[in-house]
Design a binder for this molecule. Structure first.
Ligand code: FES
Length: 128
């Protein structure tokens, strides 16, 4: 993995992520789940906000990502939690440049930190 610019990382070759597949990479100190749904590329922080399952193992259909562990659903385009509105995903930009996949982190200043989503401590009054 090499950094292209501040907040941008070359995370592989286009052929590494064909349509219908997903994978997990490490970039900027974070684990990021990459998806190719029928040619559309998406990237989100890998850890599910519920109990930190690897979201690259989830099921992505028509822009809805379903976690493989307990089925929480997310809009992968916006990060919106569809099962629990407070459980949002941090989304990133993923695009092709030549034959490389470029990841643009949403907030590089937080690249080495935690998402702040503590699966054991949802907001008061919310069940996990
Ligand atoms: S860990 Fe993702 S829904 Fe439970």
């Amino acid at each position: 993995m090499r950094q292209a610019q501040v907040g941008q990382f070359v995370v592989g070759r286009v052929r590494d992520l064909p349509p219908g597949l997903s994978r997990s990479v490490r970039a900027g100190g974070r684990r990021i789940a990459l998806f190719n749904e029928r040619g559309k590329l998406y990237a989100v922080d890998e850890a599910c906000p519920h109990m930190r399952a690897d979201l690259s193992n989830g099921d992505l259909r028509d822009g809805t990502l379903t976690c493989a562990w307990h089925g929480w659903r997310f809009d992968i385009r916006t990060g919106e939690g569809l099962t629990r509105s407070w459980a949002r995903l941090r989304t990133h930009r993923l695009y092709r440049k030549g034959d490389e996949l470029i990841l643009e982190m949403a907030d590089p200043s937080e690249a080495s930190g935690d998402t702040g989503n503590d699966p054991g401590c949802p907001p008061p009054g919310r069940e996990p």
